[in-house]
Write a protein that binds this ligand. Structure first.
Ligand SMILES: [Zn+2]
Length: 72
């Protein structure tokens, strides 16, 4: 029973790590023209759901989820 609990905790830690890793590294931005504001073009991250505005050509290279401290 103790081993089972240990395996479960390890699995949760791995799941949390991979999710955080994926959220900060594999953001996939999709252009959303409906949210454009003037010269700012809106992009939506399909991986973590973050929204970002940019005036530069191309999608943003960072995710807004990195601005928040990672949950423990
Ligand atoms: Zn993202």
């Amino acid at each position: 029973m103790l081993i089972l609990a240990g395996v479960l905790i390890a699995f949760i830690l791995v799941a949390l790590y991979t999710r955080r890793h994926r959220a900060t590294r594999n953001c996939r931005w999709r252009k959303d023209a409906t949210g454009d504001k003037g010269n700012l073009r809106m992009y939506r991250c399909v991986t973590c759901g973050a929204e970002a505005f940019t005036a530069n050509p191309g999608p943003p290279d960072t995710c807004k989820s990195t601005l928040r401290p990672p949950p423990l």
